[in-house]
Design a protein around this ligand. Structure first.
Ligand code: 5RP
Length: 218
C-alpha cells in the first residue's frame, strides 16, 4: 500500500467511526470511498446504504452491505464520499470518476455529508482542477459551444457514458473567483444535467496527510 493509499484509508476509517446502527448511509464513488465501503462492511453495523454509482453498489453488496435503491429514498443520515480537490471552507470539485450527479443528489439528501481525502486533494484554489460537466448526449455540440466562455478549454471524455447514460466534458482553466456564478451559469444551460462543483453540500471533511488525520467542520 502506498503512503497515499494509507492516508485514504485513515481518512475513510475516521469518517466511518461516525456511523451508528440504524443509519442509512450514502456511499460515495472512487478509490477513497471504496476504503470507506470496506471499513463499513468490516464494522458489521446494523445499517442500510444507498450508492452513488453501480460500481460502489456492486462493491458494497459483494462485502455484505445492504444497498437500497435510492429512487425509493428521500433522506439519508450520512453520506461519505471522496473529492478531487477540497479547499479550506469545504468547497470541492468532484467527478473525476464521473459520478458527480448521483453524488450531489445523495449529498443533498444527506443530513451530514463527509468528504474523505488524502492530503494531495487539499487545494488553495479549486480552479486548478478540471471541472467535470455531465451532459445530455442530444445536446452535446450545443452545450460544448455554450461552455466555451467559461473555460480555457473543454475535453469530452472519449467513449464514455455515466451510469445515467450521459456524456462528460471536463472543463480546464476556470476562474474560481466566483464559483457560485459559474455553478449557476452551468445549470442554466439546457442540456447540462450536473457538474462537479460542490459549494454548499459538504458539512465535514477528514483529510489524512502522512498518517495525521485532520477534521474540518463547516
Ligand atoms: C467520483 C468522485 C470521486 O469521489 C473523486 O473523483 C475522488 O476519487 P478518488 O478517491 O479515487 O481520488 O467524485 O465521481
Amino acid at each position: 500500500m502506498t503512503d497515499r493509499d494509507a492516508d485514504k484509508r485513515l481518512a475513510a476509517d475516521a469518517a466511518v467511526r461516525e456511523i451508528r446502527d440504524d443509519m442509512l448511509v450514502g456511499l460515495g464513488t472512487g478509490s477513497t470511498a471504496a476504503y470507506a465501503i470496506a471499513a463499513l462492511a468490516e464494522r458489521r453495523l446494523r445499517i442500510e446504504t444507498v450508492a452513488t454509482s453501480e460500481a460502489s453498489a456492486a462493491l458494497a453488496r459483494s462485502l455484505g452491505l445492504i444497498v437500497r435503491d435510492f429512487a425509493d429514498v428521500a433522506r439519508v443520515d450520512v453520506a461519505i464520499d471522496g473529492a478531487d480537490a477540497i479547499d479550506g471552507v469545504l468547497r470541492a470539485v468532484k467527478g473525476a470518476g464521473g459520478a458527480m450527479l448521483r453524488e450531489k443528489v445523495v449529498a443533498t439528501a444527506a443530513d451530514r455529508m463527509i468528504v474523505i481525502a488524502d492530503g494531495s486533494k487539499r487545494a488553495e484554489r479549486l480552479g486548478a482542477t478540471k471541472l467535470p460537466i455531465e451532459i445530455l448526449p442530444f445536446a452535446r455540440r450545443f452545450v460544448i459551444d455554450r461552455l466555451a466562455p467559461w473555460f480555457v478549454h473543454c475535453e469530452e471524455r472519449p467513449d464514455y457514458r455515466t451510469d445515467n447514460g450521459h456524456i462528460v466534458v471536463d472543463g480546464y482553466g476556470w476562474d474560481d473567483g466566483a464559483p457560485e456564478a459559474l455553478a449557476s451559469a452551468l445549470m442554466a444551460i439546457p442540456g447540462v444535467v450536473g457538474h462537479g462543483l460542490f459549494l454548499t453540500e459538504i458539512d465535514a471533511a477528514y483529510i489524512a496527510d502522512n498518517g495525521i488525520v485532520t477534521r474540518l467542520e463547516r
